[in-house]
Design a protein around this ligand. Structure first.
Ligand SMILES: [Zn+2]
Length: 290
């Protein structure tokens, strides 16, 4: 009786998306169905670079002293059936003409729209815009896709709309979705984007309040776990490093734990979005992983 009750609560939680296990279980059901799964492809696009970034900036334990690293800014395009989704939009295109050369250097070669043009795509064809979190190097070109439905952590969306507790970003980066009546979904917990377990936003709060990573289950390549900013570079995984500008240290460490365990359990290839060594884990644009 007690177990049946618990099973019923779990089923209810799964149905309402309250627990993360639901999308992963759903994948098994899809595989068992006679319907062919939707085509799934993943491209890596460049949306800026931070050459010679000082790494101490990313450690609240004074780690990485004196070290620098070229940190790329990565964005991703996903094709699910006939639907295109962007994951993160990098820095704003102003850095193409005006690179920043302060403590953090920022350069950019091409805009996302320019690169999408290589695939014969325009902004209108991107119908879903998934954003890992509201920092300026992830929302910079979001407004170039005003017709897309925005998916972002509810707390990060709320911050953009109210300006409360906003750091390393500006509300107007998400101008098309600041009106509560706009086509934006503040995601709480996990979000199975297409309802078939193939692309799942995973709640990993800590870097920001509403931060998410993204699991993409490619049919040939296998599962790929895109980090958002759960980690900024490989050394952070080795030392459990936490940047001092993160919203919450304890939440970050709890999300580190979820990220690593989940990647292991599903056998995912981990891609840290700012890690130069991880760029080559996906084919060079315009080629896609399938
Ligand atoms: Zn960030």
């Amino acid at each position: 009786m007690k177990i049946a009750g618990m099973a019923a609560s779990l089923a209810l939680a799964a149905a309402t998306g309250l627990i993360g296990a639901a999308p992963l279980q759903a994948q098994g059901e899809v595989e068992a169905s006679s319907e062919a799964p939707a085509e799934l492809k993943l491209w890596r696009l460049s949306c800026g670079d931070m050459p010679e970034s000082p790494l101490y900036f990313y450690s609240d334990t004074m780690d990485y002293a004196g070290k620098t690293k070229d940190l790329p800014v990565s964005c991703y395009l996903i094709k699910h059936g006939d639907t295109y989704m962007m994951w993160d939009t990098g820095f704003g295109t102003e850095y193409i003409e005006n690179p920043a050369d302060g403590l953090i250097q920022i350069t950019m070669e091409r805009s996302l729209l320019d690169q999408l043009g290589d695939l014969g795509l325009t902004a209108d064809e991107i119908s879903i815009l998934g954003i890992s979190h509201n920092h300026g190097d992830h929302v910079g070109q979001a407004a170039d896709f005003p017709g897309a439905k925005l998916l972002i952590g509810a707390a990060d969306l709320e911050q953009m709309r109210t300006g409360e507790g906003l750091t390393l970003t500006q509300s107007d980066e998400l101008a098309p979705w600041l009106d509560p009546a706009s086509d934006a979904e503040g995601v709480t917990g996990d979000k199975d984007v297409f309802g078939d377990g193939s692309v799942v936003m995973l709640a990993m709060p800590g870097h920001t309040r509403g931060h998410h990573a993204l699991l993409v289950r490619l049919p040939e390549t296998g599962p790929v776990l895109l980090s958002g900013d759960q980690y900024h570079f490989t050394e952070q995984m080795e030392t459990g490093g936490v940047p001092p500008f993160n919203w919450n240290r304890a939440e970050t460490l709890a999300s580190h734990e979820r990220f690593v365990a989940l990647a292991k359990n599903v056998g995912a290839t981990i891609i840290i979005q700012h890690e130069p060594g991880d760029v080559g884990k996906l084919p060079a644009f315009p080629e896609a992983a399938e």
